[in-house]
Design a protein around this ligand. Structure first.
Ligand SMILES: [Fe+2]
Length: 475
């Protein structure tokens, strides 16, 4: 039976329907002028769908197939390439010409023929570290692709040293040491409360492995690091064997559960973790954390309940206090939930967050079936002050913003902000570029694509100086 996506609430006709194609655009059309000190590659991931998931699929769409895009910048020009990650899962479904994997992270809903097939959809994030470009999904180990051709290279176990069964899509790279702090949860198999934390040196070798137990079976989608600690929040989106056996997607919000935050010394062992408890908070992604004497501060977007508006808040952990609670303060009420920063300052003292957000004076308009973010913003986390970037098409929606340091950048924020814009009327996408230190001047360039990139997950930037030499030009 041929593919037919009609009748699935996950796929309203229009911008966010599955795209299902790969593309190369050599020397993209550009409106405006790309600054010559942008040299490197912007990557972004989207979940796409080759085959129709079950009717009760999780409405986030996070169970689609990984599709990675790269925009390669040099000398004011851009080349685009988009490719599926050819995971074992995708190729098994293509061979069968039908969906074989069931709903989100629920193997009880899979076709028995894929019981031993790697589950990774490699659809969430991409990181370059230790000579590998990782494409990641938190329920499985890492996969890798070529950073230029995007050719799928296969799964990666760090020379046999990565023993956990999962690797989250949000490892953290220490800008001081060059180490990657990677972790997995449900790390001894599905529904286990085991967490594994790995330190990977800049050459890509694991130098430390720590195991600990989560207080309950909650989502651990992201972590934060400081120079001395790993911060591991466990969030009140939970699951159970009963839920999986009933055929539902993995996660269910349970506001009666606390937020539990593990603070693990980077030079410690699992027994050294200290758990702090707070009220249930709906959050997935964290901006940054910093050691401040005997305290740790961490900024993050979070909401008080499952459906409350998100705010940027600060959690403070007092290492000397005997209490098991943490302090929470509001930094800004801006509703952006995917803030990024100048990653050269990750784990360190920093000032700015870059957020695709929504003009609060505008009604909560929707585009492509999702709440629309239509404003690029820079947030000063010291003062809460926001600078907005007027964008060329107020009817568009913005995907995750990314800070891109200029070539030979100096201090924090010396560079650009990039974000994919979704144009719902023309069914096309642009990559917007603005000067991070002068957002109010508006975008300086728009990289025009003659097609749409459906809602993406995460973005990253790597300067050409850290990537392998380019061999695939004009191919
Ligand atoms: Fe994420």
């Amino acid at each position: 039976m041929a593919v037919d996506f009609r009748g699935r609430p996950l796929f309203p006709p229009g911008f966010n329907s599955p795209t299902r194609f790969e593309a190369d655009v050599y020397d993209c059309e550009v409106w405006g002028e790309i600054p010559s000190d942008i040299e490197g590659t912007f990557y972004r991931m989207q979940c796409d769908f080759d085959y129709r998931p079950p009717q009760n699929e999780w409405m986030t769409g996070f169970n689609g197939d990984g599709h990675i895009s790269r925009f390669r910048f040099a000398n004011g020009s851009v080349d685009y390439k988009g490719r599926y990650v050819r995971t074992a899962r995708l190729m098994a479904e293509r061979k069968a010409r039908k969906r074989l994997f069931g709903v989100y992270r629920n193997p009880y809903t899979d076709d028995p023929s894929v019981a031993h097939v790697d589950r990774s959809a490699a659809n969430t994030h991409q990181y370059w570290h230790g000579g590998k470009m990782f494409v990641l999904k938190e329920d499985s180990r890492a996969w890798t692709v070529d950073p230029h051709t995007l050719e799928t290279l296969g799964p990666w176990d760090f020379y046999g040293k990565y023993t956990a069964t999962t690797m989250s899509a949000h490892p953290k790279i220490d800008p001081v040491t060059g180490e990657m702090i990677a972790y997995g949860y449900q790390a001894k198999g599905i529904l286990t409360t085991d967490i594994a934390v790995y330190t990977v040196n800049p050459q890509g070798h694991i130098t430390k492995e720590v195991w600990l137990k989560s207080p309950y079976l909650g989502i651990i989608h992201d972590i934060a690091i400081t120079q001395k600690h790993v911060i591991i929040p466990v969030i009140a989106r939970t699951t159970s064997l009963e839920r999986l056996k009933s055929g539902e997607p993995m996660w269910e919000w349970n506001g009666s559960l606390p937020t539990m935050v593990g603070v693990l010394p980077r030079d410690g062992e699992g027994k050294d973790v200290r758990w702090y408890k707070g009220p249930s908070r709906n959050t997935l992604h964290f901006l940054n954390a910093t050691d401040r004497g005997s305290k740790i501060t961490m900024e993050l977007p979070t909401s008080s309940g499952e459906r409350d508006a998100s705010q940027i808040r600060r959690w403070t952990f007092d290492l000397k206090s005997k209490k098991d609670s943490f302090q929470e303060d509001v930094v800004s009420t801006t509703p952006g939930f995917l803030p990024r920063m100048d990653d050269r300052f990750l784990s360190l003292d920093y000032r700015y967050a870059y957020v695709s957000s929504r003009d609060m004076n505008e009604p909560a308009a929707k585009g492509g079936g999702f709440p629309r973010m239509n404003m690029l913003q820079r947030l000063d986390v010291h003062t809460g002050q926001i600078e907005q970037c007027p964008t060329p098409d107020p009817a568009h929606g913005l995907q995750e913003a990314m800070f891109v340091p200029r070539k030979n950048a100096k201090g924090e924020g010396d560079g650009y902000v990039m974000a994919i814009a979704s144009h719902y009327q023309s069914m096309t996408s642009d990559l917007l570029i603005a000067d991070a230190q002068n957002l109010k001047a508006g975008v300086v360039a728009q990289v025009k694509l003659p097609f749409r990139l459906r809602s993406g997950t995460h973005t990253n930037w790597y300067p050409q100086s850290v990537l392998p030499p380019i061999k695939d030009e004009l191919t």
